[in-house]
Design a protein around this ligand. Structure first.
Ligand code: HEM
Length: 152
């Protein structure tokens, strides 16, 4: 029952992250920029932060309390590849998060604030990279779940 509950929660959070990333990417384009878009980006990015922490907790809860036991994962290099890919996604998201936070501040000082197009384009490129690395994670997940990569 614990294993099933953790699996359900894990999947729901994963789809939540994918939805938030897609929404942020759709908004992160110079032509779409407006004070309202900046505010929405702030909200989505806050949700993204909460979901990222939640998947980390749910993921490691599956490692420790899942049906297969921690050794199944901790000795699997594909599991660590998955964790590394997650870390890369996290590292790639630092800059967009910092800029989105700075934009919220700028918006408080100037209600008509919109970020410069060059900055938006650069962040969009970075978020595209982030989404591509994110897409590698379920691939590693399916591989490791089947015991491929164990004992290496
Ligand atoms: C560091 C964070 C994470 C940890 C520690 C973690 C850990 C786990 C564990 C232990 C399982 C169970 C595999 C099994 O059934 O034996 C699992 C399954 C899965 N994870 Fe994660 N996970 C994390 C983040 C993610 C993320 C961000 C994604 C999506 C991008 C993801 C996608 C999946 C999928 C799709 C499965 C099901 C695999 C299958 O049954 O074929 N996980 N994860």
């Amino acid at each position: 029952m614990t294993d099933l509950t953790l699996a359900i929660v894990h999947h729901l959070i994963v789809f939540g992250i994918a939805a938030v990333l897609a929404a942020e990417l759709a908004l992160m384009r110079p032509a779409a920029m407006s004070p309202h878009t900046v505010r929405l980006l702030g909200r989505f990015d806050a949700a993204y932060g909460v979901l990222a922490i939640a998947i980390l907790v749910a993921g490691f809860a599956r490692v420790w309390y899942g049906a297969k036991g921690p050794d199944f994962y901790l000795q699997n290099h594909v599991f660590w590849t998955k964790v590394a890919a997650f870390a890369v996604v996290g590292i790639l998201s630092i800059k967009p998060t910092l800029r989105i936070l700075a934009w919220q501040k700028a918006l408080k000082a100037d209600a008509a604030f919109v970020p410069p197009p060059g900055e938006v384009t650069a962040l969009r490129r970075r978020m595209l990279a982030e989404i591509h690395v994110f897409a590698l994670i379920p691939i590693a997940a399916a591989v490791m779940a089947r015991g491929i990569g164990l004992g290496a």
